[in-house]
Design a protein around this ligand. Structure first.
Ligand SMILES: [Zn+2]
Length: 252
């Protein structure tokens, strides 16, 4: 049963250049070998919710790995080229901080644990939309990729969103009985870990540092959706993740 929805919104600001590649990585006109992902309607760069979710899940999986478990035991499911942690049944998932928050697909039918968190796609804030429409702001960086066998350097042009660009973000958390406070704390922890890590590609080259600025948190229960009462405002001023983590026990 759904008790309430917690809606967290604010901005994601790029601190260094950001490269989230488009899935096809098709070469574009103008010599860009690796373009950034763009919204098909506006043609402007955006941050897919799936990129944020995947990275946050990955960081939480690493930080929750029990010391007595081997990588093979913990990262037990192959997804594409990487291995992730997934609980195999609904019961273990509901007591697992990772699978309860981000969801799991069980081995057998009916053993899935749906994700409690929804991460929306993040689009440019209005001011930046206009700037991007007026002039080409995406950077084209030429990087040498070294062939491991021949040691030959091949120049490759990578497109990136420059620093200081702001996107709107929204995260919805579905509060369903157990573990809500722990889930919310883990969510903010994931955001902080992501700030200290990177989003997208070429992180080791300095790309993908981002900052979250949270400017609103509200709670909507079942009575809100039937129009019987308004939402409960938990936060209505801009705060960084670190500041929120420090004051979280006062908010709920
Ligand atoms: Zn799990």
């Amino acid at each position: 049963m759904l008790n309430k929805k917690i809606i967290i919104s604010g901005k994601i600001k790029t601190v260094t250049g950001l490269h989230i590649g488009s899935p096809k990585e098709t070469a574009e006109i103008g010599g860009i070998d690796s373009p950034v992902i763009k919204d098909s309607v506006s043609g402007l760069p955006y941050i897919p919710g799936s990129s944020l979710k995947g990275k946050m899940r990955c960081l939480l999986e690493k930080s929750e790995k029990p010391a007595d478990k081997s990588d093979e035991e913990w990262f037990n499911r192959k997804v594409g080229n990487s291995k992730i942690h997934v609980c195999n049944d609904r019961e273990s998932a509901s007591s697992c901080p990772i699978c309860r928050l981000f969801g799991s697909t069980g081995h057998d039918h009916g053993t899935n644990h749906p994700s409690r968190v929804i991460l929306r796609d993040s689009f440019l804030i209005n001011g930046w939309k206009e700037k991007f429409r007026k002039e080409p702001l995406l950077e084209a960086k030429t990087e040498a990729s070294i062939d491991r066998v021949s040691s030959a350097a091949t120049p490759r042009t990578i497109e990136r969103v420059p620093p200081d660009v702001e996107f709107n973000f929204e995260i919805v958390y579905n509060d369903e009985s157990n573990g809500a406070t722990e889930d919310i704390k883990n969510l903010f922890r994931c955001m902080k870990m992501l700030e200290d890590d990177y989003l997208g590609g070429s992180g080791s080259r300095g790309y993908g540092k981002i900052k979250f600025l949270i400017d609103s948190i509200s709670e909507r229960d079942t009575e809100y959706y039937t129009g019987k009462k308004g939402e409960k405002i938990i936060l209505d001023e801009e705060k960084g993740v670190e500041e929120l983590i420090e004051t979280i026990d006062k908010l709920w």
